[in-house]
Design a protein around this ligand. Structure first.
Ligand SMILES: Cc1cc2nc3c(=O)[nH]c(=O)nc-3n(C[C@H](O)[C@H](O)[C@H](O)COP(=O)(O)O)c2cc1C
Length: 207
């Protein structure tokens, strides 16, 4: 599918084909492709929980204020933004840059200090913003890539944050900016036209 069509055609889908599974191989490819998203210093401070079982989807619907699409979608991706992703991933990121010839080890060590300074301490507001910002790029990449597999999505932040974290045993320090229902559009469902979007001049300033 053409990239521009894929972006233009994406809609938040309310009606999924009930009971239609996404093959495991497709799920894995989709997540791996989404994972090529850019991130601050390539630190990738996100994790994903794929809610697939009917039992867990039943519980998730309740946490998501009864939004039925959570149950009817094939899976729900829970996007977890992790402030601690910096500490967790930085050595692998720097090692890869050294191994691939981007820089020598001494420069990599300087980058490590730079990252700590730039993104502040693990419990800071700045670090939480770092995590959410980067996880959101992953989330958008996932929704666009899904179109390439003939899949549809619906992003949601209508859920009880604390209950969600408890249900899925997500670390207190992590943030869940959104969850994404994903599956196949139900046959025969006709979408209403896309809702209001501002025009170029309404939100763009050229200086
Ligand atoms: C972060 C985020 C949270 C959202 N939360 C919900 C939600 O909880 N429930 C819902 O029905 N739609 C939710 N939406 C979908 C929006 O309502 C939808 O994207 C918007 O109306 C534009 O429609 P479109 O995506 O089809 O273009 C959310 C979208 C985003 C990006």
């Amino acid at each position: 599918m053409d990239i521009l069509e894929s972006i233009k055609d994406r809609r938040s889908i309310n009606f999924f084909e009930i009971g239609k599974e996404i093959p495991d191989g497709v799920l894995e490819s989709l997540v791996e492709i989404a994972n090529t998203a850019p991130s601050s210093m390539n630190l990738q401070p996100w994790k994903v929980i794929i809610v697939k079982s009917e039992e867990m989807k039943d519980k998730l619907v309740n946490v998501a204020f009864g939004q039925v699409k959570v149950k009817e979608a094939s899976v729900v991706f829970v996007i977890v933004a992790e402030p601690g992703g910096l500490e967790e991933n930085i050595e692998n990121v720097l090692k890869s840059w050294v191994d691939l010839g981007y820089m020598d080890r001494a420069t990599a060590d300087k980058y490590s200090v730079m990252a700590q300074n730039l993104y502040s301490s693990i419990d800071s507001e700045k670090r939480r913003i770092f995590a959410v910002k980067n996880a959101s790029f992953f989330a958008m990449n996932l929704m666009i890539a899904a179109r390439g597999f003939g899949l549809e999505t619906h992003p949601m932040d209508g859920f009880n944050d604390l209950e969600l974290k408890k249900l899925l045993q997500i670390d207190d320090n992590a943030i869940v900016p959104l969850i994404i229902a994903c599956g196949y559009k139900r046959k025969g469902v006709k979408l209403l036209p896309r809702g209001y979007r501002r025009k170029f001049a309404d939100f763009v300033k050229i200086v």
